[in-house]
Design a protein around this ligand. Structure first.
Ligand code: GDP
Ligand code: MG
Length: 177
């Protein structure tokens, strides 16, 4: 069995909390979701034929002031980097978030996934091809989601967990003779 700490980063308003509440509770709200006092929620999934317990960490809105604290990043196995396909600014900021991850995450091999959220929205500003190009350059997967409809939301967390399993050093096994 695995235990993974997964964190979500990205500009304020891109839908980080919404993605988590869709994934965790299959719920969506049109208003801003404020997270207060809770560090993380847990969810169990299957990765291949193994159980994985995911610790899903959400910010309490500190990203507005660029003051996400070190303990949020510390020990993270996987990072979901979210932008909003209706906001070029949030897309432009993806590189800043990756820079933050480089500086704060202690594991050099931590895994990332790029997520373009709000794909249900008619007023798109970011081309899928541009997002795919950035992800290819960064050697990370790209997934387009809608927390509103639920489209592809599970895929984000399953893909990221698979990636972590694949890039992990092999686990030590007890050798019986
Ligand atoms: P956070 O600041 O990144 O945690 O963003 P929130 O999850 O609080 O969402 C900000 C706003 O975007 C809220 O009004 C949500 O209802 C809305 N929102 C989040 N995800 C989606 C989505 O997939 N589609 C649409 N249309 N709106 C969304
Ligand atoms: Mg939030």
């Amino acid at each position: 069995d695995y235990l993974f700490k997964l964190i979500v980063v990205g500009d304020s308003g891109v839908g980080k909390s919404s993605l988590l509440s869709r994934f965790n509770d299959n719920e969506f709200s049109e208003s801003f979701i404020s997270t207060i006092g809770v560090d993380y929620k847990t969810k169990n999934i299957m990765v291949g034929d193994e159980h994985a317990r995911l610790q899903l960490w959400d910010t309490a809105g500190q990203e507005r002031f660029r003051t996400i604290v070190g303990c949020y990043y510390r020990g993270a196995h996987g990072v979901v980097v979210v932008f909003d396909v209706t906001s070029s600014e949030s897309f432009a900021n993806v590189r800043n978030w990756l820079y933050e991850i480089e500086n704060h995450c202690d594991r050099p091999s931590r895994c990332c996934i790029l997520v373009g959220n709000k794909r249900d929205h008619p007023r798109r500003q970011v081309l899928r091809s541009d997002a795919e190009r950035l992800a290819a350059e960064l050697h990370i997967p790209y997934v387009e989601t809608s927390a509103k409809t639920g489209r592809n939301v599970d895929r984000v967390f399953v893909t990221l967990s698979q990636l972590i399993v694949e890039t992990r050093p092999p686990r030590r096994r007890t050798i019986k003779r």
